[in-house]
Design a protein around this ligand. Structure first.
Ligand code: NI
Length: 188
């Protein structure tokens, strides 16, 4: 079933017209998060449905980026929305993203992750990257990313290779983070 956009008159325009489903977000130390995700052959309706669900799940969390493996799907698929609260939604979809170039210059950023709830720490990454990916409609595009865009896409692309932002921290910090998340899970 599809809804017409006019159905949404008087409401903030939503980027999708398909009913979506919230997926469960895996948290550390779930071993699935360590899996390397497989490339997507074709961006078809099933992949688009996955991205729709991922965005809905990300908005509900709330977060600004989510990789498919975080909802247990080992495919190289990412969604992001870097719009500020006062801005209209700006969903982005990335299928099979690759980094073509990364600057030598790096910058620190205080990162967090929906799979490592309530933990934030500084990670140093290249401050600019050139990326190539396929869009929601399967077109291949290349883009330059800097600032939060560069941070977020690199964080999400790490997930596709089973790497979490806490893997960039010292072993002690990483173990403390996992311990804290386990403790939260028990208390919930
Ligand atoms: Ni993350």
């Amino acid at each position: 079933m599809r809804l017409f956009v006019s159905y949404l008159d008087g409401r903030e325009q939503r980027p999708y017209v398909r009913p979506m489903a919230l997926r469960e977000i895996l948290v550390v130390p779930d071993p699935t998060l360590k899996k390397v995700s497989a490339r997507v052959d074709v961006v078809d309706d099933a992949v688009r449905a996955l991205m729709d669900d991922m965005l809905e799940t990300m908005y509900a969390a709330p977060g600004i980026g989510l990789a498919a493996i975080q909802v247990g799907v080992a495919k190289r698929v990412i969604v992001m929305d870097l719009a500020r609260a006062e801005e209209p939604p700006a969903p982005q979809h990335f299928v099979n993203p690759e980094i073509l170039w990364a600057s030598e210059e790096t910058a620190p950023y205080e990162e967090g992750c929906l799979s490592v709830p309530e933990i934030y720490d500084e990670v140093e990454r290249p401050s600019q990257v050139k990326i190539r990916y396929q869009t929601y409609h399967g077109e291949t595009v290349e883009e330059d990313a800097e600032g939060l865009y560069a941070v977020c896409i690199q964080h999400e692309m790490d997930h596709l290779d089973g790497v979490l932002f806490i893997d960039h921290l010292s072993r002690l910090k990483r173990e403390q983070a996992v311990k804290k998340v386990k403790k939260q899970a028990k208390a919930a």
